[in-house]
Design a protein. Structure first.
Ligand SMILES: Nc1ncnc2c1ncn2[C@@H]1O[C@H](COP(=O)(O)OP(=O)(O)OP(=O)(O)O)[C@@H](O)[C@H]1O
Ligand SMILES: [Mg+2]
Lengths: 564, 262
């Protein structure tokens, strides 16, 4: 039968694609680099995980494509997919045993062979190990579909927690070290590596908790409608307490990561006003960040820059300059928006991209060097002072950033649900029609750019005070790209999406810093996968979700379809 | 004549070498229902686009209620009192029905972004009132109960109604309807025709429509202007137009009247 043949063909094809991916990770040295890192001590490494991951994935896909097929055959498909996945690596193994590939492909070394043959070498036994491991992985992937839904959910959740805790061992150690002494800690971890016993314990605990939770929800019956007021109140209250205590709970190192995430959230909230709400594709957001940072830097520092008062101390402190930074950024945003108001889409993106570069070059230029220090940047920017308490270090700065973010969330949501928000939405949907409805589109867009710029300016100002020094190199294109990516990945126009996006794009790479070499690769893979699998973002806003989920909510018939 | 609402004199619009509207003289008086007809590509929609400020005209003048509106921006013209609908419906597809109408009220809203951030009493009141007014408009066009649906999910006929409601929200003096019955079945067409008449009778709005359906045109309009290749080839009351040999040749000659509906 031709459909059957086509099915098998697709199994083999996806297997080959996965094999290609596996081969690629091997050739670029990623497999070996990740092999350095144990996920669970003395059990398996991240490299091994990465090696089997493509096979598990295609096994899962192959098992899914055949719903009406008996279980045995679905497992068989998984096996075949897994075996096919191993073919490219087997070929690599064979070729490398015959000719020396290292001259061309420097990453094909003994370490790689040891990894992919599971310590059995290039011979027949090594080849069998590799094929066997990937075949079994394929079967496991397919097997996932055969587990009853509730148990499957629990198992996968437990697995995700265990792997997450293993991979983010450093984070786990820092979290636990807040509460445990060294001895207790050593039961869980050796250095940053999770030990097998706590890993198993975590797996079992999460498994049981998940099973219990789904059973609990079932017996209680799902309640419809909004949560009662009391429950909502406790939720908000709990969140507030958590946010306030967070830096104390996680310690200094992770607080530092949190402040970085916070600054990106702040910028994301700002850029979201232009891109998410008004649909203005701004690729030069770093401009506002730089303007805010330099305003703070130049006005509060003394020394090399020469803006000092007569007594030789800074008259301007952080709190005084913060609103000034906001206003200066707002003003620059306004001026820069003027020439681009008539541009749309790609043209706007290119023009704003240009602004970002101009700012960086200005910061580096000899012309402005007397004021802003050129390549040497601005030094000795004092930390903020709060009623006599120096807000130095991430655990204290966190609160300033938290405050700024909350304010930005408040302003964004107020604006979004107002006349102004409707104007932006209309412009985003159809600028010509918006204008024919009486909206002064130029003024509306100018407002979006200006408010967006103000937020970026505040983020820059806090950034300057946080680091104490700023250099032109901090203000490059990558900042704009990061901010834009995080709001797109989180879900355009969605405020919770920005937070999720920042956690993913800023938080994750900071915690996985040791794979620095492959950071951009992971980043790119994540982006592409996201755009394919969830184009509306991780946590989409209602409006953008409508664009993706059209037609699911047709007019209810009782609402009066008069047409017979 | 002081009760002329809109007049065009020698109006010309070129697209490159193509003369889409050619030296057009046109006049509509207060409270009239006037139709513009003509074969495809005659320049009817282009005329609307010029009147609503989408394109500047290349020659001639456009006078609306005593103002020369040539060169005015679309939003300025909308505020002055001209609203329109589109041949291929152009709603804000992902906004709700109510939101669409509230965008139409733009010209009359006063609240500012500062007011919105601070949540001032005036802003809240205006928001309440404008939503209230939008719901009344929904009632008027027969979309009651559908205010919170996404515009994109409305049926075709309802989308046309919503477009009219959105245009009415601007409180126009002159309303331009570009093929309001296109794609409708005979019953919907009859409803829409009656509805258009109510706009004039109840709301005192002057109406211009582009229509292909000859029964609608002949039944509703008091004055008809016929365009062909951008040029006006005839104008007058329906009776005269029906019997005008030029029109029959240029337009009706291509098929029997009444069967030319789009
Ligand atoms: N923006 C534009 N650029 C170039 N040519 C245009 C543009 N808009 C319209 N035209 C051309 O002008 C002519 C008149 O177009 P218009 O849309 O006004 O016709 P119409 O009378 O509305 O026709 P229909 O009955 O098909 O709607 C056509 O030849 C069209 O191709
Ligand atoms: Mg047309």
């Amino acid at each position: 039968m031709s459909t059957l043949a086509a099915n098998w063909r697709s199994v083999i094809r996806s297997g080959l694609i996965a094999g290609g991916v596996a081969l690629y990770t091997a050739l670029i040295g990623m497999l070996v680099a990740f092999d350095e890192r144990e996920v669970v001590r003395n059990s398996f490494t991240l490299g091994q995980l990465l090696l089997v991951a493509p096979a598990v994935l295609v096994g899962w896909l192959s098992g899914r494509q055949s719903t009406q097929v008996p279980a045995g055959q679905r497992l068989l498909r998984g096996l075949v997919a897994g075996l096919v996945t191993s073919l490219p690596l087997l070929a690599l193994m064979f070729v490398s045993s015959v000719v020396n590939l290292r001259t061309v492909l420097i990453n094909v070394d003994r370490d790689l062979v040891r990894l992919i043959s599971f310590d059995h070498g290039v011979g027949l036994s090594g080849a069998l190990m590799l094929a066997g491991a990937l075949g079994v992985s394929g079967i496991l992937g397919a097997f996932v579909h055969l587990i009853p839904a509730r148990l499957r959910h629990a198992l996968l959740t437990a697995l995700a927690w265990m792997l997450g805790a293993g991979i983010l061992g450093e984070l786990v150690r820092q979290l636990l070290s807040q509460f445990l002494d060294r001895e207790a800690l050593s039961w869980f971890l050796r250095r940053d590596t999770l030990k097998p016993e706590p890993a198993a314990l975590l797996f079992v605990v999460v498994l049981l908790a998940d099973l219990f939770w789904s059973w609990f929800r079932e017996t209680r019956g799902r309640r419809e409608g909004p949560a009662p007021r009391a429950l909502q109140f406790t939720r908000v209250g709990g969140l507030a307490v958590l946010l306030l205590l967070l830096p104390l709970l996680v310690g200094s190192a992770i607080s530092d990561v949190l402040t970085n995430i916070g600054l990106y959230i702040l910028m994301g909230l700002g850029l979201n006003i232009a891109v998410g709400l008004a649909g203005l594709f701004d690729l030069g957001y770093v401009t506002n960040f730089a303007v805010g940072a330099y305003t703070m830097g130049v006005l509060t520092s003394t020394g090399v820059l020469g803006i000092e008062n007569k007594m030789g101390v800074t008259v301007f402190n952080f709190w005084l300059v913060l609103p000034v930074s906001l206003l200066v950024a707002m003003f620059t945003g306004f001026i820069l928006a003027l020439p681009v108001l008539r541009m749309r889409g790609d043209y706007l993106a290119i023009a704003t991209l240009g602004f970002g570069e101009i700012i960086r070059l200005l910061a580096l230029s000899d012309w402005l060097k007397p004021i802003i220090g050129g390549a040497q940047g601005v030094l000795f920017i004092p930390a903020p002072n709060f009623f006599g308490v120096e807000l130095i270090g991430p655990q204290r700065l966190y609160y300033i950033i938290l405050g700024a973010c909350l304010l930005a969330v408040f302003v964004s949501s107020r604006l979004n649900n107002s006349r102004t928000g409707r104007q932006w939405m209309a412009i985003r949907e159809d600028e010509d029609v918006a204008s024919a409805m009486g909206i002064n589109t130029a003024r509306s867009k100018l407002l979006a750019f200006t408010i967006s710029a103000a937020t970026g300016g505040v983020a820059g100002a806090i950034f300057a005070a946080k680091l104490g020094t700023i250099f032109p190199t901090s203000f490059n294109l990558l900042v704009s790209v990061n901010v834009l990516s995080l709001i797109i990945i989180g879900g355009l126009g969605s405020l919770p999406g920005i937070i999720v996006g920042a956690l993913f794009l800023v938080g994750l790479p900071e915690l996985l810093r040791e794979f620095d070499e492959f950071r951009l690769l992971l980043y790119g893979t994540l982006m592409v996968t996201m755009m394919l699998a969830r184009p509306e973002g991780l946590w989409p806003s209602a409006v953008y979700q409508r664009e993706v989920r059209r037609g699911e909510e047709r007019a209810p018939p009782q609402a009066g379809e008069q047409a017979a | 004549m002081s009760n002329v609402v809109l007049s065009a004199r020698g109006m010309t619009k070129n697209f490159g070498g193509l003369v889409a509207v050619d030296n057009l003289d046109f006049e509509i008086i207060h409270g009239a229902i006037a139709s513009i007809i003509g074969p495809n590509g005659a320049g009817k929609t282009t005329f609307f686009n010029c009147v609503t400020g989408f394109y500047p005209i290349d020659d001639g003048e456009l006078i609306f209620e005593g103002h020369d509106i040539n060169g005015w921006s679309s939003d300025h013209i909308a505020r002055a009192g001209i609203a329109r609908t589109y041949q291929n419906i152009r709603l804000f597809n992902h906004m709700t029905v109510i939101e669409n109408i509230m965008v139409g009220q733009e010209a009359h809203l006063r609240s500012t972004w500062m007011g919105a951030i601070l949540g001032t009493a005036g802003t809240k009141r205006e928001n309440r009132e404008s939503e209230e007014e939008a719901r009344q408009l929904l009632q008027f066009v027969g979309l009651q109960g559908k205010g919170d649906l996404i515009a994109d999910n409305l049926s075709y006929g309802d989308q046309r109604r919503l477009e009219i409601a959105r245009a009415l929200a601007t409180r126009p003096h002159l309303l331009l309807l570009d093929e309001p019955t296109a794609g409708m079945n005979p019953r919907e067409t009859a409803e829409t025709t009656a509805f258009i008449r109510r706009l004039r009778d109840d709301l005192d709005i002057t109406l211009m429509l582009i229509e292909h359906d000859m029964r609608v045109v002949m039944g509703i309009s008091e004055h008809i202007t016929v365009l062909d290749h951008g040029r006006k080839i005839a104008e007058g009351p329906p009776k005269e137009i029906q019997n005008n040999p030029d029109v029959i040749e240029a337009y009706l000659g291509r098929g029997a009247a009444g069967s030319t509906s789009a």
